[in-house]
Design a protein around this ligand. Structure first.
Ligand code: ZN
Length: 419
């Protein structure tokens, strides 16, 4: 089926670049972008028209790191450092997801909040529970959120008797979970929580499963100094944190590592050489005082950086807010670096929260890609003193918009919110 979206089209094809097509036309063939035009070619005049008038059509957002079972604890425990925060709040809350009915209620609401805020692609952590993880995948699929979800693995340093698996359970449940993953748009990803919570035996098994089944891996890296010291204590044979993943075959192309705040030059080189993806989570890094990530430096070195809300270390899901926090955090970094490091511009922040993440799943906002877009109505913003350019309206929307401004969401070529 041929469909046409009409409005002001804005997307970021490359870092620092913004492409704006004022009063443009986006032509879809069966949900796949066939062309973007400033004037509609006659051959496409027969398509079904979605006329969004004076509104902005933006590429949708990709959240590359978040914890679904931490959704009920948003805004809690923010005065604790990472390791205490995990023990006091996170593990007991995640343990609650043994109850699949509770999981259903929470995950339905989470999926709805994601999609109505324009997050159409995710790379997400579930809990230890196989059944609740299927529930999560099902609810995402129903809402129109696409991407990867991982059943979390942890067989040590959790909360024994409350929230921890044996090594055997962790492996057999992972295999049972993979058997039952039959979703069109939500796929499994191997997810060791982080090195301190996974024994060598478990890490080896997970690396083997990922290799045999051709699955990607996601985990955490160099978020906090105490965590890094702990990893080196547990792995005296490793000089650096990343090696504790590498030695079990988990440090490879498309491995997503959340945070990487304190990764030094040689750890960063290992990321670039193996095409490991950084999920930078500015809200979380500031909330739990982990540090201010040197994102500009990573980008200059050619590292693949994406963004994550990291709820519930992060306190908010909407990626347009995560993008503006990322920009603010880069300005703090500039001040820390004696004003020597350039901060991230609005087009750069937008690129990281959209295109850089979409690329992970294969596709972006070009001909041949399934459409992932949001339609933003900025009509209720304060009246300006003069007519604004589309560029100015885009910047204002990124900083000011709320859920109610998103009137339509397209995910994998389908209109899943609005019309
Ligand atoms: Zn995390």
């Amino acid at each position: 089926m041929k469909e046409i979206l009409k409005g002001h089209i804005v997307h970021a094809p490359a870092l620092g670049q913004l492409e704006i097509i004022e009063d443009g036309y986006l032509v879809l063939e069966d949900g796949v972008i066939a062309g973007i035009y400033s004037q509609l070619p006659g051959e496409h005049a027969d398509g079904k028209m979605h006329d969004y008038g004076d509104r902005l059509i933006l590429q949708s957002f990709a959240d590359m790191h978040l914890h679904a079972p931490q959704y009920p604890m948003l805004g809690m425990g923010m005065d604790l450092p990472l390791l205490d925060w995990l023990d006091t709040y996170t593990f007991p809350v995640e343990a609650r997801f043994a109850d699949t009915e509770y999981a259903r209620r929470v995950y339905r609401r989470l999926a709805n909040e994601l999609i109505t805020n324009g997050t159409t692609r995710v790379c997400m952590f579930s809990s230890l529970h196989t059944d609740a993880t299927w529930v999560l995948m099902e609810e995402l699929e129903k809402a129109g959120v696409t991407g990867f979800v991982g059943k979390v693995n942890m067989d040590r340093n959790g909360k024994e008797g409350v929230y921890q698996e044996t090594t055997e359970e962790s492996v057999s449940e992972t295999l049972r979970w993979l058997e039952g993953c039959h979703f069109d748009h939500v796929k499994p990803i191997i997810t060791p929580r982080f090195t301190p919570t996974c024994s060598d035996e478990l890490m080896a098994q997970l690396g083997k499963i990922a290799a045999e089944k051709g699955l990607y891996v996601q985990s955490h890296l160099s978020e906090n100094r105490a965590e890094m010291a702990w990893v080196l204590e547990l792995h005296p044979d490793c000089k650096q944190y990343w090696e504790s993943y590498h030695k079990f075959g988990q440090w490879k192309d498309h491995t997503v590592m959340a945070h990487c705040v304190h990764s030094d030059a040689s750890e960063r080189r290992a990321m670039r050489e193996h095409n490991v993806v950084v999920a930078h989570c500015a809200d979380s890094n500031i909330n739990i005082s982990s540090g201010v990530c040197p994102v500009r430096q990573m980008l200059d070195e050619g590292i693949w950086v994406t963004l994550g809300s990291d709820i519930a270390g992060g306190q908010q899901l909407p990626m347009y807010r995560v993008i503006t926090t990322t920009i603010r955090s880069s300005k703090v970094r500039q001040m820390m670096d004696d004003w020597k490091t350039p901060f991230l511009t609005v087009p750069e922040g937008y690129y990281l929260g959209t295109t850089a993440g979409h690329k992970y799943f294969g596709g972006g906002f070009a001909v041949g890609d399934a459409l992932h877009a949001v339609v933003v109505d900025d009509g209720n913003f304060t009246e300006s003193t003069r007519p604004l350019s589309i560029n100015e309206r885009f910047e204002r929307a990124l900083y000011m918009m709320e859920q109610r401004n998103i009137i339509s969401v397209w995910s994998a070529g389908r209109c899943v919110v609005g019309r």
